[in-house]
Design a protein around this ligand. Sequence first.
Ligand code: NAD
Length: 285
Amino acid sequence: MAVIMDGKATSAKLRKEFLEKVSLLKEKGVTPGLAVIIVGEDPASQTYVKNKEKACVECGYYSEKYALPEETSEAELLALIEKLNGRDEINGILVQLPLPKHICEDHVIRAIHPLKDVDAFHPENVGHIMTGDFAFVPCTPAGVMELLKEYDIDPTGKRAVIIGRSNIVGKPAAMLLLHENATVTVCHSRTKDLAAICREADILVAAIGKLEFVTRDMVKPGAVVIDVGINRNAEGKLRGDVNFDDVVDLASYITPVPGGVGPMTITMLMQNTLRAACIQNNITL
Ligand code: NAD
């Protein structure tokens, strides 16, 4: 039976550490500040933003929320970002994606100052992730790496297979595993013999967006299975990209959904915001 990798407990532990670091920062007159911008009424996005605000309170950060109407123009959004870029008490700026269709995500991502880009989506930060010289890491792949660390799983020399090549999960997860010396394969919708490649994985990361897609025949006995997916099943329950019940007795470690990678994502946003505050104030903790 696999060890269940507890993202909730790991998150709680890290958030406590951040809170302690924040009290040291506050002694130096600095409180990490995060601005979260949401445009429109998407219910999933509303929940994510609420959870980000809650995490800020838990970690002792200052936060501002901008809930803008659906019809906000791109120019208005860019003007707000520009204003936040110039404010010292705001260390991180997060624009909740997706944005309404009339706003270009790329323009918005590029407008955020790279030192305040706590989602690490700006091309400058994406480049740093390539070279390995990075301060900010996209939150979901960072959460995956932190969970591996928490459970003493060293990727060195291991065969890692990632299913999914998105810019926010698959690709950066591949780079981070590569920096930790794994031998990495990235699979996607046009990969041939997917199951056979997955069966080679010592560490299998599923970031597909398809309910319970990964089944027993795709998992090597003893593999570490990391499930990034968030899907709803027919009963409306949250489930991952991995068929948990099918795989749990075969894997050595597995993340549940909910309670695995999900909570870690927001915790890594808190980590990036703390780093941003330190960098912008020339403080080493
Ligand atoms: P995406 O839709 O941008 O990318 C999905 C990837 O899966 C694509 O690269 C595609 O090639 C691949 N894919 C699709 N069908 C496939 C198939 N049949 N075989 C092999 N590969 C296939 O999605 P994303 O933004 O990377 O998110 C992936 C999942 O992770 C979603 O369920 C999303 O909700 C979830 N997610 C979770 C968190 C979190 O905090 N836990 C954060 C971001 C995304």
